[in-house]
Design a binder for this molecule. Sequence first.
Ligand code: ADP
Ligand code: ZN
Length: 509
Amino acid sequence: MAEVFGYAQFRGSQEPVIEAVCAGRDVVAIMPTGAGKSLCYQIPALVRPGTALVISPLIALMEDQVRALRANGVAAASLNSQSTDTHETFDALAAGTLDLLYVAPERALSPGFRTLLGRSEIALIAIDEAHCVSQWGHDFRPEYRQLKALCDDLKGVPRIALTATADIETRADICAQLGIDPADMVVAGFDRPNIRYQVTAKTDAKAQLLAFVQSHAGQCGIIYAPTRAATEQVRDWLRAANINARAYHAGLEAEERRSAQAAFVRAEDMVMAATIAFGMGIDKPDVRFVVHLGLPKSIEAYYQETGRAGRDGDPAVAQLLWGAADVQRLRGFIDGGEGNAAHKAREEVRLQALLSFLETARCRRQPLLRYFGEPEPEPCGNCDNCLNPPLLDDMTEAARKFLSAVYRTGQRFGAQHVIDVLTGNGNERAERFGHDKLSVWGIGSGVDAGRWKDLARQLETMDALRRDPEHKGLLLGPAARAILKGEGQVALKQAAPKPLRASRGRASA
Ligand code: ADP
Ligand code: ZN
């Protein structure tokens, strides 16, 4: 390996994967971006006799790899819709002089190519971006579904499927669709120990954001905002505070986007306020923080987006600021989005997984890594919950009061009105609806309004409360029943309004 690739040693789970494939076994390798998946099939390609077939949907990536391999003296070629030297490649494959052949899936599936394969010696078949095989994945490609037939043509040839992003269902699908035993799955390397995860309730987004960025003065960071307009707003807030900031979203001219991106990569102290259009393919090692203003789409999206911080291995912070309205926004996307009921149910499960990550009082790394199928780590000492263990309040009684008040007021009002009723905050509106005559009027005056808000958010994340898509009033959700019947508990982190602080200090080792 050292001679051809110039690496002194294997990283993470490269070694077991490479050993398995060299020995002729099938593997599904789930490793994060940058973990070095390519080496997992490149080394076996050189070790095993014959040509390794690599199925990849990304032409640019294919070309890069072929160029790099050739530069290291490896006989590599590619076949895709832009290839010009197809005949030479076919001849080389037939003659057995190729070490690796990268092929676009539609090319690999063409009858002519499959006949040729039948007559060639194939070392292994690698399926890159294997999540494309699953319609539950975020990038389903129907032609991937036919790859199993191609693999089955090549009896006894080991198959290795590789991907960075796959939740549990997608993984099962990859195994099923490609005919690989789920026991042959290797999942590893998702932990990013230098990233400090922090999650905070949004109280005053602008003030919280400015305090955070100011505590990271002179560093580069990315702020993900939910809309194009919000990115520009954030940029203006930052500039007004004398912070070097730019905005980035898909609505900008291509030239403007290019220049913003280039400036960020070069910069030493720039904050990029961006939508999720920003980040893919940007290799900047010294991004010191990633802030989410609102919620990412899923835990996977969160992991990808926060993963852009601290690539150099030095301490970095992932700060997320969120409120109940952000949850509603995501639920709205799911409900209003395309797809059948089963699809929506799956999306809802994904949302729940994200919410439990946000609400957890335990080490953040535990649910995060569990989501990626890794064994749960010891408390990490480098997340908000480890550094400041939250104390819990039992709010079951209060939750019952809140849910009753939602019910008694007719499931038509927002959290603020329900809180007014509970706290007996006499106002014209409550009187107009006769809510000051209800049995729930004023029964919650012992809890302050801010705390009621926290509780309402918690109940929404637990799906004990939902918001009517039309009038936005709160409705009882499926989880409300158990709580009202005294079967479900509701605990809330004790309110300790802490200012957002910088990452300096402990993790500077
Ligand atoms: P992935 O496909 O998993 O995103 P790549 O295969 O593109 O990752 O590898 C990411 C980077 O890591 C590349 O620059 C590669 O050269 C480097 N790399 C891979 N394996 C090793 C290793 N064992 N030691 C050092 N660098 C490595
Ligand atoms: Zn932790």
